[in-house]
Design a protein around this ligand. Structure first.
Ligand code: PLP
Length: 395
């Protein structure tokens, strides 16, 4: 098919040409004496994106799911109680994984489209006077519903309860795209994956551990082998890995970190916010709703668009793909058929994202959803034109 596929799922995301080129390397010896010149700055730059100076970052040849397991198994013991909230497919899967590791998971069902109930979180922690809850697990950005939680407010709730629980965050679809500050917000473990804000193929689980989380591993009894951070701590100290790393992914990560830091994290967050607002204006102009039920939860990395009840969102996704070579995110589990998702994170600008808006609109019209042709892109482009930054040189 001529022309590129327009990839607007919320991960994997589009890979910038500079990152693609950086990954095009011959294999090399990962035990060569100057290999640390590649690895050590990578780990340092990763800390900048996680916004931690006090903590330590890790790079595992795995995906975000393994990141969840790395966080839990390295710091907790079977039978330990953790507290969480289920409000979408990814918060659901983390809870499921924690149970499979033998943890006792206490969780609250939250309607999909809402976020963590902060008052109830604080009340639950206050009630836990024996401090049985060892960790609070929060999915920062629920990719299935386009809901972002207020992490400083979660920290505040934990502090207000005077509770010592560790604070673990799934930042797979937020870190590197949304404001995320490990040290300042007292986050003990942040989990990311390479295929979203880091604009790489899947294949790296990226984690930040606070000193408190690092200390917790001394008493943690969950079984771990390949995912044991002790081996990484030992080998990373010299600039190596405990096993064979993916060389192209490391070079890609070096370039993507360079791009993020050159743009400046605040600018990266602002770009995501501004582009996301254009998508939200388009959705409103179509007369449709987002799955996220309140603006305080609107995600700047993904919008889950609810189709009218007499339509099936899978038809929109199918049509967008086969007629227009546009990949939209599917509705997962409870929202399957009810929503389609537009991923707006990573390497994108106004005009690239415009293709997702125009393509969604064309596909919706094709399946019969009544909307005014051109209304979405008119609203998005008006917002982007009004808020266009002062022209900067592109090179
Ligand atoms: N957490 C969130 C919020 C996600 O969006 C995803 C994947 O989309 C995951 C975890 C799982 O990551 P992976 O598919 O890389 O294992």
């Amino acid at each position: 098919m001529p022309g590129r596929n327009h990839l607007y799922v919320p991960g994997p995301t589009n890979i910038p040409d500079a990152v693609l080129s950086a990954m095009h390397v011959p294999m090399e010896d990962h035990r060569r004496p100057d290999f640390p010149a590649l690895v050590t700055p990578l780990l340092e730059n990763l800390k900048k994106v996680f916004r931690t100076e006090a903590g330590q970052c890790f790079i595992f040849p795995a995906t975000g799911t393994a990141g969840w397991e790395i966080a839990l198994s390295n710091t907790l013991s079977p039978g330990d109680k953790v507290l969480s909230y289920r409000f979408g497919q990814f918060s659901h899967l983390w809870i499921d994984l924690a149970r499979r590791l033998g943890l006792e998971v206490e969780y609250e069902e939250v309607p999909w489209g809402q976020g963590v109930p902060l008052d109830r979180l604080e009340a639950r922690l206050k009630a836990d006077t024996a401090h049985e809850i060892k960790a609070v697990l929060i999915c920062h950005n629920e990719t299935a519903t386009g809901v972002t939680n207020d992490l400083p407010a979660v920290r505040k709730a934990i502090d207000a309860a005077g509770h010592p629980a560790l604070f673990y965050v799934d930042g797979v679809s937020s870190i590197g795209s949304l404001d995320f500050r490990m040290d300042e917000w007292g986050i003990d473990i942040g989990v990311a994956g390479s295929q979203k804000g880091f604009m790489l193929p899947a294949g790296l689980a990226l984690l930040g551990f606070s000193q408190k989380a690092l200390k917790a591993r001394e008493s943690a009894k969950c079984k771990r082998a390949f995912l044991d951070i002790n081996d990484h701590i030992l080998h990373n100290a010299g600039g190596f890995f405990p096993y064979t790393p993916s060389i192209p992914l490391l070079y890609g990560l070096r370039k993507s970190l360079e791009l993020l830091l050159e743009e400046g994290l605040e600018n990266v967050y602002a770009r995501h916010a501004r582009l996301a607002e254009g998508v939200r204006r388009a959705v409103a102009a179509w007369g449709l709703q987002l799955c996220a039920q309140d603006p305080k939860w609107y995600s700047n990395t993904v919008s889950a668009v609810v189709v009218p009840p007499e339509f099936d969102a899978r038809d929109v996704i199918h049509t967008a793909y086969f007629r227009y070579n546009l990949s939209l995110g599917a509705g997962l589990s409870e929202v399957s058929g009810k929503v389609f998702r537009i991923g707006h994170l990573g390497d994108l600008n106004e005009l690239s994202l415009a293709s997702a808006i125009v393509g969604s609109e064309m596909a919706m019209l094709d399946v019969g959803i009544p909307l005014t042709p051109g209304s979405g892109i008119a609203a998005a482009s008006a917002h982007w034109r009004e808020t266009a930054p002062v022209i900067q040189p592109r090179v």
